[in-house]
Design a protein around this ligand. Structure first.
Ligand SMILES: Nc1nc2c(ncn2[C@@H]2O[C@H](COP(=O)(O)OP(=O)(O)O)[C@@H](O)[C@H]2O)c(=O)[nH]1
Ligand SMILES: [Mg+2]
Ligand SMILES: [Zn+2]
Length: 343
């Protein structure tokens, strides 16, 4: 009890200090803004947020002679929180500093819970989620299906990417082929590559062209290796420690947008690569299993849990092979992992 109270008091102190710090930063910020707005600001133009650092963002100009150049920008008051991938209206100031005037509508949002459990956007306008898996570490259909549910929920097209194709052998091939067959039958796009040997990497580049992508997947499947191979000048560290240590002193832990030399954009951060299934409801999970589309709502009981109920449309489809056992197992395990109150 005493310990809990102490913790609460400590928390309160920490929050107070953080609040004061934020207020000081906001004051400095509004001072800079006033100076900027008092000077000569360029015309309004569109730009792309490629990184954000608390109260400032880095914007890449998209128009005119400045196109492709990067500017630190301050945010005009009352703007919604910006994230990497946002498109904005901004005005250039002197010395490479600009001002964000407005945020343009987002086509998609990737969200994840913050430290208080509230869903916060972490990337905007992503339109391709590359779900990476490999022969080693052994892939779990369950995990792939979680990523697929997250992608469907966000309205973002998934691409299944089997990396380390060089490690496929007689031992693991049967299980891998069975796994791939399930997703092929569902109509999901699938690609096999080797970041080490280069096989399939050109096809991958072609798939990324014209899209804003994120790479997700469990640790060790080769996401850093893939990103390094596609973005030779960035070089994130490969290996188990890379995600913890970051990449040098000026690196933020927030997402950053990169241009692939082969075409297309990548939004990347260690957090995004390990991105999982956020807060979803039972209905969201069911909507994420695309083969359930025609079945949900056709069970005898409206509150059917598709467990043992008579007249269950899902169980019938399972018995008839229209729903695959592996997917049903995933569905059940994802549902079982949801917090009680979402049932
Ligand atoms: N054999 C093989 N190993 C790979 C390949 N891609 C990555 N690896 C290895 O897999 C391990 C994990 O790679 P890493 O890129 O750090 O994975 P991440 O945790 O998903 O970022 C490293 O030892 C890599 O060298 C590949 O195509 N083939
Ligand atoms: Mg990595
Ligand atoms: Zn049912």
């Amino acid at each position: 009890m005493a310990k809990r109270q102490l913790n609460r008091r400590q928390n309160w102190r920490i929050e107070k200090i953080q609040g004061e710090r934020a207020a000081r930063a906001a004051k400095r910020e509004s001072h800079t803004l006033e100076t900027l707005e008092g000077g000569d600001l360029g015309p309004e133009q569109t730009g792309l947020v490629i990184a954000h650092f608390g109260v400032q963002v880095e914007v890449e100009a998209q128009e005119g002679e400045l196109a492709g150049q990067v500017f630190r920008c301050h945010l005009r008051a009352n703007l919604p929180a910006l994230v990497t991938g946002d498109t904005v209206v901004w005005r250039a100031g002197n010395q490479g500093i600009g001002v964000i005037v407005a945020q343009l509508p987002r086509s998609t949002e990737l969200c994840r819970p913050d430290s208080r459990g509230q869903l916060k956007p972490v990337a905007a306008n992503v339109d391709l989620i590359v779900i990476v898996f490999a022969p080693m570490p052994e892939p779990h259909a369950n995990l792939i299906d979680r990523y697929l549910v997250a992608a469907e929920h966000a309205g973002i097209r998934p691409l299944l990417l089997l990396n380390k194709a060089d490690l496929i052998d007689d031992q693991n091939a049967p299980a891998l082929n069975a796994l791939l067959a399930v997703y092929r039958q569902l109509g999901y796009p699938l690609l096999e590559v080797s970041a080490h040997h280069g096989d399939g990497m050109q096809q991958l580049q072609a798939q990324l062209d014209g899209h804003i992508s994120v790479f997700v997947g469990q640790s060790g499947v080769g996401k850093s290796s893939l990103v390094n191979s596609l973005l030779p000048e960035v070089q994130t560290r490969v290996g188990p420690l890379s995600e913890l240590s970051g990449q040098g002193t000026h690196t933020t832990t927030t997402a950053r947008l990169f241009h692939f030399p082969g075409g297309g954009e990548l939004i990347d951060s260690p957090g995004i690569r390990e991105f999982g299934l956020g807060h979803v409801s039972r209905a969201d999970v069911e909507a994420g299993f695309i083969e359930f589309d025609d079945l949900i709502g056709h069970c005898r009981f409206r509150d059917c849990k598709h467990d043992r109920e008579p007249g269950c449309a899902l169980l019938l489809a399972l018995a008839e092979g229209r729903v695959q056992q592996q997917r049903m197992n995933s569905y059940r395990s994802i549902i079982a992992s949801l917090p009680e109150d979402t049932y």
